[in-house]
Design a protein around this ligand. Sequence first.
Ligand code: ZN
Length: 115
Amino acid sequence: MYAMNNITAGKTCEQCGYDLTGLDPEGLCPECGAYRDAWSGKGIAGRGADQLRRGDWLVRLFKVLVLLFLAALSVGLGVMYWSKSGSYTPLVLTGMVSLLFVVSAVVAGVSLFRR
Ligand SMILES: [Zn+2]
């Protein structure tokens, strides 16, 4: 059972900070009775919770990069079409689309630095 209980090693109750090391991953805090689930990180603070937040942060960072990539892609398509046809209309359209992507990326980027 050591391996199973090991998941709570170095973790504390989110509510009261009680050290949950060696306790079952899921259950009620012996100190304050708050529910915890170390598998999902619910009600858990400490090392495991940091890891979960960092994972979430990476996912958001990835979203920002994808949005910036899409913005560059749509501008690229507009420029490509413009250089071939000499028409500005698609460039204006893809420019607006890429602006939307950039705005979304900025909004998502700002949330990266809000903790
Ligand atoms: Zn507690």
